[in-house]
Design a protein around this ligand. Structure first.
Ligand code: 5AD
Ligand code: SF4
Length: 473
């Protein structure tokens, strides 16, 4: 049988990256090999995102580019999956006439069947069923990775929060948590294949297991913490309304849980938070921040903001700016509000002009830049344990007058800051061995988005997993 190839384009969040891995595994089981070349592909899948209009446009512009390919190769199968597929359903078939398959966020398990049907009958299929109680979502039991130090593990899917701007509950369905035993099994397997760090993924990890009566998220963290060979645990995303004291304490009691929390607030105005249906106030958020910093003084805090939500006045926006000044985040993501067809805010009056939204975004980002720089600068002189992820760059040997190229390594602090450094003793050929190691690094320089360090002392395999040590020269 001739080799068959699939090309997979993933747009959007980490959840989509994880789903794409699941898609790839299922296509491999069907006999397809992955390729990075569209020209030789027999099957093209695009896993789409619709969180903001721009992400959706990206999917359609990619599909547009496939028109010529399909004319050249009429046997080519083109499938659209993920959130745009879920949102638009059969409308996609009408809008893009050469699409063969539209599969929704709960159809990944059925993908092999759908592809076989298309291969045999050359029919067009739409499978976007979204059930209230989907089958327990699960990864393939033998998930293994080649050479990755860090990876994502989905612990739950869907969302029950219905923030008024957000499309996620409408395209990913109701929240459902995986059984802790399955999650632990998956992580143990990953550790066996060399993974040292996992990021537990869910739209609202703080409500993990509540609906199903499984263990709490804090309990899950403590179970994951006990996995031998795993060095670091991260998680995202947290929702302030469900962020309890047990989770705050989990940073202290579990040595592998990294000193970083991503806690989206979205706005500093209570009036806007209410219209967003976020179910907390600015005061409650600030209380959580105080408790977090009291319990875990070195913790890095990042957040998400939406500017220009319908009805956001200058005064509301200034409240957001005041909050940013008060909290002094380590970093943040900010987005201009984008109308999503299925989200209730699309009906809200007093929409903010595009130009005004962009201006507010620039003002906000400019303010934050100072804090990000200040937080990075504060680390200069300290020694940080870095988990090495791999080679970031090779310097040409010429300018350094060396026979061996100098290898620049990259890793992260427990607080999720990127640190680049040279490690002269480690030749490039040992990349596989060095990646995944903990290296104590003295921070020498701070930049806007990364740090520059120098390894000090012995590298330790497990010791000093997090926290900052003062440097004695
Ligand atoms: N417009 C702009 N930003 C949005 N987000 C979610 N929905 C929208 C929208 N309609 C942002 C939120 C969320 C992040 C993942 O994306 O800040 O936390
Ligand atoms: Fe969207 Fe809100 Fe759910 Fe996050 S918590 S996915 S913002 S509805």
């Amino acid at each position: 049988m001739l080799n068959k190839y699939f090309y997979l384009n993933t747009i959007g969040c980490q959840m989509n990256v994880y789903d794409s891995e699941q898609i790839a595994a299922r296509l491999a089981a069907l006999g397809y090999q992955q390729t990075g070349s569209l020209e030789i592909a027999d099957l093209v899948i695009v896993n789409t995102c619709t969180i903001r209009a721009k992400a959706e446009q990206k999917a359609f512009s990619f599909l547009g580019r496939l028109a010529r390919l399909k004319i050249k190769k009429p046997g080519l199968i083109i499938g659209v999956g993920g959130c745009v597929a879920q949102q638009e359903g059969d409308k996609i078939l009408r809008r893009v006439p050469y699409i063969d398959l539209v599969f929704g966020t709960q159809a990944i398990d059925r993908l092999p069947l759908l592809i076989r049907k298309i291969e045999n009958k050359r029919c067009r299929i739409v499978d976007v069923a979204l059930t209230e109680k989907p089958r327990q979502p699960d990864a393939l039991p033998d998930r293994r990775l080649d050479g990755s130090v860090s990876t994502f593990v989905t612990i739950m899917r869907g969302c029950d929060n219905f923030c008024t701007y957000c499309v996620v509950p409408h395209v990913r369905g109701r929240e459902i948590s995986r059984h802790p035993d399955r999650i632990l099994e998956e992580i143990r397997g990953l550790v066996q294949s060399g993974v040292k760090e996992v990021t537990l993924l869910g739209q609202n990890v703080n409500s993990y297991g509540k609906k199903e009566g499984l263990c709490s998220f804090a309990e899950l963290l403590s179970r994951v913490n006990s996995i031998e060979g795993l060095l670091r645990i991260r998680f995202t995303t947290s929702h302030p309304k469900d962020f309890g004291n047990d989770l705050i304490n989990a940073f202290k009691t579990n040595e592998k849980v990294c000193d970083h929390i991503h806690l989206p607030i979205q706005s500093g105005s209570d009036r806007i938070l209410k219209r967003m249906n976020r179910k907390y106030t600015k005061a409650l958020y600030l209380d959580k921040i105080t408790k977090l910093r009291d319990t875990c003084p070195g913790i890095a805090i990042t957040s998400d903001f939406i500017v220009g939500f319908p009805g956001e006045t200058e005064a509301d926006f200034n409240r957001t700016m005041d909050l940013i000044k008060l909290v002094q985040f380590d970093g943040l993501f900010a987005f201009v509000y984008s109308d999503r067809p299925k989200a209730p805010a699309v009906q809200f009056k007093n929409k903010i002009l595009e130009e005004e939204k962009r201006e507010r975004l620039q003002i906000l980002l400019k303010l934050q830049e100072n804090f990000t720089r200040m937080k990075n600068q504060a680390l200069v002189g300290s020694v940080q344990p870095i988990l090495v992820e791999g080679i970031s760059k090779k310097q040409s040997s010429g300018s350094f007058n060396r026979s061996q190229p100098i290898v620049q390594w990259t890793g992260r602090t427990s607080t999720n800051k990127i640190v680049n450094f040279y490690h002269n003793d480690t030749p490039q050929s040992d990349a596989d061995i060095f990646a995944g190691k903990m290296v104590r690094t003295k921070i020498e320089k701070a930049y806007a988005h990364s740090l520059w360090g120098k390894p000090v002392g012995a590298k330790s395999a497990t010791g000093g997993l997090k926290g900052e040590e003062s440097y004695a020269a």
